[in-house]
Design a protein around this ligand. Sequence first.
Ligand code: ADP
Ligand code: MG
Length: 343
Amino acid sequence: MKRIHVLSPRLANQIAAGEVVERPANVVKELVENSLDAGATRIEVDAEQGGVKLIRIRDNGSGIEKDDLPLSLSRHATSKIVDLDDLESVQSLGFRGEALASIASVSRLSLSSHEQESELAYQVTAEGRDMATEVKPCAHPVGTTVEMRDLFFNTPARRKFLRTEKTEFNHLEEVVKRMALSRYDVSFQLRHNNKVIHSLRPCSSAFDQEKRIATLLSAQFMKEAVRIDMEAAGLKLWGWVGLPTFNRSQADMQYFFVNGRIVRDKLVAHAIRQAYQDVLYHGRHSAFVLYLELDPALVDVNVHPTKHEVRFRDGRLVHDFLFRTLHKALGEVRPETPSTDHA
Ligand code: ADP
Ligand code: MG
């Protein structure tokens, strides 16, 4: 038997990276979440070769202090929670302090930041977790730029799992779409191989929001969607649901956000499926962009590292509310549909 030894921090990070970073899209998700957590109102995403060669995210958020820069790349280093109470009431998108450490361990990373109170901007770099401890001054407006190059350059086994440039970019673009649908108040730009793919201005009205959705999803969806806006028992549901005439062969246009986070939840999916049950042909899928808002104490978002699952305190209540609201909305536009009140 071999003797037990503690993993080097570098290897530990690379193992952990396997859970967070599977492909360029995951990197974009983590970095854009960081920008949003920093209060950015403008986020620019640049990608090259599907994000494998380069991902650069520039934001106008609060920035990182000079002395915190090296720390931001260490594992379990976060500014977002301090104790268990914070964890239970966490509002930020991140809090595990793992993303930057993980990404840094499998790429060449540089972080440039100008903290809002500081006079100067500084930069740190890391290459496969061989971190440059040196913090150098640089030129940067208030905010942060994270530049990641050569994803998996030091982990060839993982690199092999990457798909074509087009597939990787599709995943990456999907992440940006979700982010853009989660924050209408933020402007987003996405470029791929120096070509502007999306340029989205902040939205100040429902009209602007609908324009953003038409741009990101399809103009046809917006034409065939009904607006939802319902509040009951401390739950609020708003957004747009596609009419049964707008249906898809795949469930690829279904966006559901709980308190601003995209969610893929069985209970939610079931409630929506049921609401569409007697108006959609078998095997077809509905399209929707929906936002559920409720007291954060009534929902646990801390279930899974990638945070796509949630746990509702009262699942039955949420299920019934979703079903009733959507069933009614769909029934109103399809009066010939017999209304079956079997919630
Ligand atoms: P987490 O987001 O879970 O805290 P990360 O590894 O993603 O962990 O980031 C570590 C820390 O670096 C964050 O807590 C935050 O303080 C800082 N940080 C990362 N990205 C940004 C950014 N774009 N703007 C400001 N601070 C950032
Ligand atoms: Mg983070």
